[in-house]
Design a protein. Structure first.
Length: 523
């Protein structure tokens, strides 16, 4: 993927079959679905790919144990199918993960045991591992830091885990391989409409601006898909200023801690917190992600900030269930994301709002898709493209993403090897060292990321600023905000040379990244 090549493609196409707004899980998946069916597809993202909610998840490819308890079997069934497909289609970036649910009395063991066996049963042939009842001794053996007071035993079950923003990049590059044109840092500003019979106006073009140089575009198209997550209402109102809001944003926060506070490979699930939610502690890239919360928000921000009560909530719940007590100073990174939940009349608690996806087609033909989960992005994309084909009367073509490989990889994959997330590109990245031997150096002593990877991100993954590299190509900002800040100058120096920028650009990048990264730190 190369941004200049993408810009050339934008200028050379007269009319697109489908323009997709939003480069998160939903938009990128939709671009891949459309391009792999053979449609002429353009995706526009106002910031970087996965800058929004799609880099801020709990990193689970899951059916959703909580939704099963709420009785939403159809949602869980569909998500479990998608979980199985994603684990097969992108094995370099996903893996099965063992979870333990601790129980404190016999009835809990029976209740959750039956529930989690049913959860596995629902996944059918796409099961990732059998549910088992565990003794107290086995639970302590698997999670040494678990609070043992009144502990009776536990239930072991399996779900999936992934790297959300790396998967986003791989979906983008696979879409490009299938002929899609994909642009980051290109914001949609409005629509051009044309009157059609029955006195209706249909969208015929999208107005967009390249935010890196201010160049404006009018892009003709047959169909437009709005996949902008919590920004859905903003785009719907560009289409129809009278449109009422359909999104009820809900914030979820995660704290990232060192593994010495939570040893072992198993993840912990607390099935019911004081506000009725599920809380996870999940080992990820040699750290542990603990979360999340569900806080209704009035304001939408591109950099949502964790509220004090959310941080306290996670700390106190972790400390209630683990002997290794954590404090604010032990938190390596904190990140917040906004769920694009669909409103129900009368408002209320967002943790009860539907996690299912919704498609609304406006009078002018704008196809709005929102809700859902990362896990179900493929199915959401399929539904969005089916709607676009119908609305724009495109020639019908079958969806092929059920078994379509994402990224470029060969089995077996060694998940203990730092390079596994790049699949077969790992060799090409390592061979960059021949061009400059200093690129084999690490960008930070505490992480395995090398300078060669930074060069690769600029050349092949459309990274244009330090944040793209440290937040979403590598995951340093989400794993250790302090280390990410310490790495900013090395990354900025490398990018300055690679992008032909000057010292002033470099300093601005360091300052801007440091400003953002401080919000991910509790120190
Ligand atoms: C705390 C939390 C934890 C979660 N954990 C999980 C999990 O473990 N597993 C799971 O399956 N799901 C999880 N989810 C849900 C999942 O992350 C989301 O459903 C998914 O990421 C939504 O993707 P999206 O593409 O719809 O939205 P986004 O990722 O927000 O993408 C929308 C994009 O549209 C862009 N955009 C907006 N306006 C414009 C414009 N005018 N022009 C161009 N681009 C524009 C934005 O910049 C943004 O990048 C979690 C969600 C949260 C909040």
């Amino acid at each position: 993927m190369n941004r200049n090549e993408m810009l050339e493609q934008v200028s050379s196409v007269d009319e697109w079959d489908i323009i997709i707004i939003g480069g998160g899980a939903t938009g990128l998946g939709t671009a891949l679905d459309g391009a792999s069916r053979g449609y002429k597809v353009l995706l526009l993202e106002q910031f970087d790919f996965a800058k929004g909610t799609s880099s801020r998840s709990t990193k689970l490819v899951h059916g959703g144990v909580r939704y099963l308890e709420q009785g939403n079997i159809k949602l869980v069934f569909e998500a479990l199918r998608e979980r199985g497909r994603l684990l097969k289609n992108a094995p370099h970036i996903t893996s099965a993960k063992a979870f333990i649910l601790p129980v404190y009395n016999y009835w809990q063991k029976l209740y959750y045991g039956i529930g989690l066996m049913f959860y596995d049963l629902l996944s059918g042939k796409l099961s990732v591992g059998p549910t088992k009842l565990l003794s107290k001794k086995k639970v302590i053996g698997s999670i040494p830091s678990i609070q043992t007071k009144k502990l009776q035993g536990g239930i072991l079950y399996y779900d999936g885990q992934f790297d959300d923003s790396r998967l986003a990049i791989d979906i983008a590059s696979t879409a490009v391989k299938h002929g899609a044109t994909i642009l980051n840092y290109c914001k949609v500003m409005g629509f051009e409409k044309k009157r059609v019979p029955k006195n209706q106006k249909k969208i015929v073009a999208v107005k967009a601006v390249d935010v890196l140089n201010g160049k404006e575009y009018l892009l003709k198209c047959k169909a437009v898909i709005n996949a902008t997550g919590v920004f859905t209402d903003e785009i719907m109102q560009m289409d129809d200023p009278e449109q009422h809001h359909i999104i009820s944003p809900s914030q979820g926060v995660h704290l990232v801690i060192n593994q010495n506070f939570f040893e072992g490979d198993h993840a912990l699930i607390i099935p019911k917190t004081s506000d009725g939610r599920v809380l996870f502690a999940v080992p990820w890239y040699n750290k542990v992600v603990v979360g999340t919360t569900d806080t209704p928000m009035q304001k939408i921000s591109t950099e949502p900030i964790a509220l004090e009560q959310e941080i306290e909530f996670i700390l106190s719940h972790f400390n209630r269930y683990c002997k290794t007590s954590i404090e604010r100073k032990d938190v390596q990174a904190v990140y917040a994301g906004l769920r694009p939940l669909i409103k129900i009349k009368g408002g209320g608690n967002t943790s009860l709002l539907s996690r299912d996806h919704t498609i609304i087609v406006s009078k002018s033909g704008l196809i709005n898709i929102t809700g859902g989960k990362w896990t179900t992005y493929r199915k959401m994309a399929q539904d969005a493209i089916d709607n676009a084909v119908f609305v724009a009367r495109l020639a019908k073509k079958d969806c092929i993403t059920l078994t379509l490989p994402i990224g470029d990889w060969n089995l077996p994959i060694d998940k203990n090897n730092h390079w596994h997330v790049y699949g077969n590109n790992a060799n090409e990245i390592q061979s960059l060292i021949k061009e400059n031997t200093s690129w084999q150096e690490k960008i930070h002593p505490a992480f395995d990321y090398t300078k060669a990877e930074v060069i690769w991100f600029v050349r092949k993954e459309m990274a244009v600023c330090v944040e793209d590299v440290l937040a979403r190509r590598t995951r340093m900002l989400f794993l250790d905000a302090g280390a990410a800040i310490e790495s900013a100058s090395v990354v900025a120096e490398l990018m300055m040379h690679e992008l032909n920028r000057d010292e002033e650009w470099k300093q601005k990048q360091i300052d801007s990244f440091t400003g953002t990264a401080k919000k991910y730190s509790l120190q």
